[in-house]
Design a protein around this ligand. Structure first.
Ligand code: PMP
Length: 344
């Protein structure tokens, strides 16, 4: 490596300078040094990016490697065009041992994402699940976030690559949001138009839109964002689905402009089991200012309470909301505890 081949990207996270020593830090942010070496992109140094740990063992195309020894091509369509697919799973330290929540559902979606994108990918659900457990075991992780990424092959043209690689990486990630209840804004960024992409696929490039929306929310002083679809209806968050409560019922946007979340389906199942009224419908952001409560749901976000929308407090405190019942039930399900409730 020579200085002239080095690409140096430095970004210091807000609040880093005042973070106390030994205080657990949140993932994200980073100072990363990449260098080109035989047409490969290799991460050689990180300072702030806590979800990348050099000595972590990851899976890459049939091998388990230290993260610092793993490399991918600079000419991959995923790096150049965002043409790749991924998943995000969580594992929990349950009373029955370390358990990944709904791996088959996640891997069914990953295979579907690849199929919709014409990215070749032929691992079975069982193989993928076992690989994730192996990554967890090799890193002594129990309570973790797991990211399988399908990287499209080298091709700088706009024809779909005929090859792909699979990377599986895992790290300990506690809470998605910093606070127990989050403040949200209505994003100025719409979700991608479903006629311009396969919105139901979890495609790397879609997350440019998510990063823009999330960054805008942070810059405006909010914890998160609610994004609208091209017709002005509420769609979802940059990385989670959305529900709100009004007069004893929950509402969530239907399929069409959202990623069909596995957690969203779990919430619908919880509602069915607990006899909580829930309806999929289109609604405009104005309706949210009359909402009793609201929450985001997603694998990373789990069930995250929302306290206010564009600075306006929701009618009910979270502890009196239907969301709290769903949140408790969800916790019990992922932890494999029994979740019988009596609603009075
Ligand atoms: N919407 C978007 C845009 C997401 O990125 C996610 C996270 N995968 C979700 C919704 C929630 O999906 P899931 O519950 O499957 O994690």
């Amino acid at each position: 490596m020579t200085e002239s081949t080095a690409f140096y990207c430095r970004r210091k996270r807000r609040g880093d300078s005042d973070r106390k020593k030994n205080q657990p830090s949140r993932p994200f942010g980073g100072t990363v040094l990449f260098y080109s070496n035989d047409r490969k992109l290799t991460i050689v140094q990180t300072i702030y990016m806590e979800n990348y740990i050099e000595d972590s063992i990851l899976f890459l195309d049939g091998k388990f490697l230290k993260a610092k020894d793993a490399a991918a091509s600079l000419f991959s369509q995923t790096l150049n065009y965002g043409y790749g697919a991924f998943e995000g799973l969580r594992s929990y330290s349950t009373i029955h041992g370390t358990k990944i929540f709904k791996p088959y559902e996640h891997f069914t979606r990953l295979k579907k994402s690849c199929e919709l994108m014409n990215i070749p990918f032929d691992y079975s659900l069982e193989e993928l699940t076992q690989l994730c457990y192996q990554v967890l075991e090799k890193n002594s992780l129990t309570h973790a976030y797991i990211k399988p990424l399908v990287i499209a092959g080298e091709n700088l043209t706009l024809t779909a690559s005929q090859e792909s690689s699979l990377m599986i990486y895992a790290w300990e990630w506690d809470k998605y949001f910093d606070t127990r209840e989050v403040t949200v804004c209505i994003s100025s960024y719409q979700r991608p138009n479903p006629k311009s992409t396969k919105i139901e696929a979890k495609v790397c490039g879609h997350y440019v839109n998510s990063i823009l929306a999330f960054s805008e929310a942070k810059q405006r002083g909010f914890d998160g964002a609610i994004m609208l679809d091209g017709n002005g209806f509420v769609a979802e968050g940059p990385g989670s689905n959305f529900f709100y409560e009004k007069d004893g019922a929950l509402y969530t946007p239907p399929a069409g402009n959202i990623l069909m979340g596995i957690t969203r389906q779990t919430v619908l199942d919880i509602c069915a089991e607990l006899d909580l009224p829930v309806k999929e419908k289109l609604f405009r952001p104005e309706e949210l200012f009359e909402a009793d409560s609201a929450f985001f749901c997603g694998t990373a976000a789990e069930i995250s309470a929302i306290s206010s929308i564009e600075g306006q407090e929701l009618n009910k405190p979270w502890k009196a909301s239907l969301g709290l019942i769903v949140q408790e039930a969800y916790k019990n399900i992922v932890m494999e505890k029994s979740h019988a409730y009596v609603i009075v």
